[in-house]
Design a protein around this ligand. Structure first.
Ligand code: SF4
Ligand code: SF4
Length: 96
């Protein structure tokens, strides 16, 4: 669903491909088509389309996916106030 967008580069979504067992559940539950399968491994194909609903992480049987529901945007905005836009990040989730 590429028409609905969040802010660029603030999403807390991470995926550890080494833990992925290829069940494809995450691709089925994601409402925005953020994840896709490639050679029996999930991949993030549209990171900025993620709305941090948490459905993928909640349903992943191996905890390969992490996402902090709904805080990426707020965390980034607060950090821009405190640190300035150049030093702000999404809160140490490793995505930026
Ligand atoms: S739900 Fe988890 S294990 Fe299944 S394909 Fe997605 S990342 Fe891999
Ligand atoms: S958190 Fe929600 S929107 Fe983001 S990848 Fe997971 S299921 Fe998709």
């Amino acid at each position: 669903m590429k028409t609905l967008r969040y802010l660029d580069n603030v999403v807390t979504l991470t995926l550890d491909a080494s833990k992925c067992v290829g069940c494809a559940i995450c691709t089925e539950v994601c409402p925005h088509g953020v994840l896709a399968m490639d050679h029996r491994k999930a991949q993030i194909v549209d990171r900025d389309g993620c709305m941090e609903c948490g459905a993928c992480a909640k349903n992943c049987p191996t905890e390969a996916i992490t996402v902090t529901p709904g805080v990426g945007c707020a965390s980034y905005i607060i950090q821009t106030w405190i640190k300035g836009k150049e030093k702000a990040s999404c809160g140490g989730s490793g995505c930026c």
